[in-house]
Design a protein around this ligand. Structure first.
Ligand SMILES: Cc1cc2nc3c(=O)[nH]c(=O)nc-3n(C[C@H](O)[C@H](O)[C@H](O)COP(=O)(O)O)c2cc1C
Length: 312
């Protein structure tokens, strides 16, 4: 998620859940080609398994970007066919590509030829008036024929004119049934459902129909959910309490501070850790007010922890 799932966020999420698959923010193929690719691709080995999400539609640039991502060690390269923003549409990528499945298929082929890691697609269930199961199925089957076998499907259409990206994650209604049907008709494909999922119970319901679930906003705002999901579905050792998790983050934070990272760039992702617990507001406020000061260090987190009730 743009501006949210940066490498600090992903390191924190990995600490919360040893086995969840993590995704980067979208990086454009053009930025990787013409910009500071090493900076854009930087991640911590602890983040594995981690997918690099790329935006673009030029098969040559997409292939080059996939090659760079795989060479840096990403476990999967994901193509963004879900973002509805104007900026993205003018660059001819994101959700508008659903209307051009053969171009996406060409990108998949070119990317697969350049690297050995899986090339996957994140998409919507439709765009604008193309709001039918047949449209989704044709998009998926055309790109699957090019060698993509995993689709993360945000179960809403994208409205390309007149809705902001934020409204496009809220206003078009969720249609889970369409995604279930896609899995039924394509049992050999890995179909991962996304959109509006916020609890373990909901995950169980969806997993009766699809192969996986992707959780965005709820995992960001209430990150402890990831630990609860790990307990329910995962295999990794998990933390028994949130304090312990914060303590585990400290060596990483100290190291990052030494490298010149500012504390606020890490703690901003940790504000929701105590959501719903006694002391949640005090935690959030203390971090927000004290992480920005020049030279702020891990003592900010240690003090914030001391302000919490012991059992939080
Ligand atoms: C701040 C923000 C940034 C996002 N950026 C991306 C992105 O870069 N790539 C992408 O595929 N989806 C992006 N999304 C969409 C989410 O991945 C997800 O599809 C959407 O929020 C619905 O899932 P949720 O209800 O679990 O949040 C973003 C969402 C948010 C809130």
């Amino acid at each position: 998620m743009m501006d949210w799932t940066d490498r600090h966020c992903r390191f924190f999420m990995r600490a919360l859940s040893p086995s969840a698959g993590l995704y980067t923010e979208m990086v454009t193929a053009a930025a990787l080609t013409h910009g500071d690719a090493m900076k854009l691709l930087k991640f911590n080995v602890a983040e594995h398994p981690v997918a690099l999400q790329i935006g673009g539609s030029d098969p040559v640039l997409m292939a080059g970007a996939a090659r760079m991502g795989a060479a840096e060690g990403y476990d999967e390269i994901n193509i963004n066919v879900g973002c509805p923003s104007d900026r993205v549409q003018s660059g001819q990528f994101g959700a508008c590509l659903m209307a051009n499945p053969s171009l996406v298929a060409e990108c998949v082929r070119a990317m697969r030829a350049e690297c050995a890691v899986p090339i996957t697609i994140k998409t919507r269930i439709g765009i604008d008036d193309s709001d039918s199961y047949a449209f989704l199925r044709n998009f998926v089957e055309t790109t699957a024929a090019a060698g993509c076998d995993t689709f993360v499907v945000h179960a809403r259409i994208a409205i390309l004119e007149g809705l902001s990206p934020k409204d496009n994650r809220r206003i078009p209604p969720l249609n889970y049934e369409r995604v279930y049907r896609l899995k039924q008709d394509n049992p050999e494909l890995r179909i991962v459902l996304n959109g509006g999922i916020g609890s373990i119970t909901e995950c169980h319901e969806h997993l009766a129909h699809v192969d996986g679930v992707m959780i965005g906003r709820q995992a960001y705002h209430q990150p402890w959910l990831l630990t609860e999901l790990e307990n329910e579905f995962g295999s990794g050792p998990v933390h028994s309490d949130r304090h312990q998790l914060v303590i585990q983050m400290l060596p990483y934070i100290r190291h990052e501070l030494q490298q010149g990272t500012q504390l606020k760039h890490i703690t901003r992702h940790m504000l929701g850790l105590f959501a719903g617990q006694p002391g949640a507001r005090a935690w959030r406020r203390y971090l927000s007010e004290n992480s920005h000061a020049p030279g702020a260090g891990v003592e900010v987190l240690e003090t914030a922890l001391r302000k919490l009730p012991a059992a939080a």
